[in-house]
Design a protein around this ligand. Structure first.
Ligand code: LCS
Length: 393
């Protein structure tokens, strides 16, 4: 890792590996599907892995490689594997780590499709999954079986904002020889670096904080070492989860301002979460920065900031929530999160609608839960927007 000794903000600007023959200050877009070989021998050497030359964009591309190396540096990992979407990253991990007869223990509250794909497709291929509250280490311990081959954690969880103790879970899993994968989408490497707490694999939906501008869909998997990297990368390549060079270019551009955006959004988030918690029409608020959050103390240790995702429920439940979502004017009623625009959505009927009723109850996804992703607008305007919408409830 060539940029190991520079600070996080400097890595955002100067990290990654890219050498342009013409001296371009930014990473250019290599919008090509294929690469010319110097000779038949060179082509054969590229395929044999004896030359670093590029072959074909599904396998590798200089623009994508620049992003992969940058993100691996930000997460303190060995190597990155960029994917077409966050779900491409999730499936690269599942595809590489799980085989017929294997068992996976997963956080109950994860992004809906990350759970549903295990319950449908992987089940079809003979993989079993247990969904537990990974914030409770005893539940994780009880769920482990001799055939468990992966512990899959999302922290903070989408959308319940539960926080799992990464160090404790990694220690427990490793005692049983089980690798740990962590979906770090809600934090980004600016706020949390799971590999430093013992995880083996980190993944992201780049669609969220890392790109930050709601204009691409993308994902990445980062392996802690070469062995895991070599196990994961062929899954992306052969199942065709590859990123496009133009997508990679936009993420490289977006990530440069990651810390500035996250700092601004989380500064507003604590104010908005406090405002909501004190509002008479609000039943409860889950935000890691509030002392009322059950894992607030753990968040202080494990995370470098509390982020900008807030979940809450109004006293009138879903009926009141619908009025609120239909009345906001600045926050956009839309799924996704982590962009510069503030977004509001209803997990039970939107992002997690395909999770079974029982699964939702077990994961704590109540019907009245509303998820709010704080953007970088003026906090006074966001508060006024919530205020006028809450008046209508
Ligand atoms: N992991 C997490 C934690 C996510 O929140 C999402 C998407 C994914 C993986 C999948 O990433 P994608 O394929 O969409 O890039 N979460 C969404 C959400 O909460 N609203 O819309 C998408």
């Amino acid at each position: 890792m060539k940029n190991k000794n520079i600070g996080f903000n400097s890595k955002l600007i100067h990290g990654g590996e890219f050498n342009d023959a013409l001296g371009s200050a930014t990473v250019p877009i290599y919008q090509t599907s294929t690469f010319k070989f110097d000779s038949a021998e060179h082509g054969a050497a590229c395929f044999a892995g004896e030359s670093d030359g590029y072959i074909y964009t599904r396998i590798g591309n200089p623009t994508i490689h620049a992003l992969e190396t940058l993100l691996a540096e930000l997460e303190n990992g060995f190597g990155g594997i960029a994917t077409s979407s966050g779900m491409g990253a999730v499936n690269t991990v599942y595809g590489a780590m799980l085989s017929q007869g294997d068992h996976v223990v997963s956080s109950a509250a994860v992004y809906g499709p990350s759970r549903v794909v295990l319950e449908t497709y992987y089940k079809k291929f003979g993989v079993e999954a247990s969904f537990v509250n990974t914030a409770n280490i005893e539940d994780v311990r009880k769920a482990i079986r001799p055939e468990t081959r992966l512990l899959y954690i999302e922290t903070p969880s989408n959308p319940t904002m539960e926080i799992t103790d990464l160090k404790a879970c990694c220690e427990l899993a490793h005692q049983h020889g089980i690798p740990v994968a962590v979906d770090n989408t809600f934090c980004s490497p600016y706020l949390q670096r799971p590999l430093d707490w013992g995880a083996d694999i980190v993944l992201h939906s780049l669609t969220k904080f890392i790109n930050g501008h709601a204009d691409i869909v993308g994902g990445v998997v980062i392996a802690k070492d070469k062995e895991l990297y070599k196990k994961l990368r062929p899954v992306m390549v052969t199942l065709g989860f590859n990123m496009d060079p133009h997508q990679a270019y936009l993420v490289i551009r977006g990530v440069k301002t990651l810390s500035l955006r996250v700092d601004r959004a989380q500064e507003s988030a604590i104010k908005l979460a406090t405002y909501l918690e004190n509002h008479p029409k609000v039943a409860w608020v889950r935000y890691p920065g509030l002392v009322s959050h059950p894992q607030h103390e753990l968040a202080k240790v494990q995370m470098d900031g509390f982020g900008s995702m807030i979940s809450f429920e109004l006293k009138g439940g879903i009926e009141s929530g619908r009025i609120l979502m239909n009345s906001v004017k600045m926050a956009i009623l839309a799924v996704s999160l982590g962009g510069v625009e503030t977004l509001i959505q209803h997990p039970a009927s939107m992002t997690h609608s395909k999770v079974s009723a029982e699964g939702k109850i077990k994961a704590g996804i109540t019907d009245g839960l509303v998820r709010y992703s704080v953007g970088i607008e003026d906090v006074a305007d966001l508060m006024a927007d919530l205020e006028q919408a809450l008046e209508k409830v």
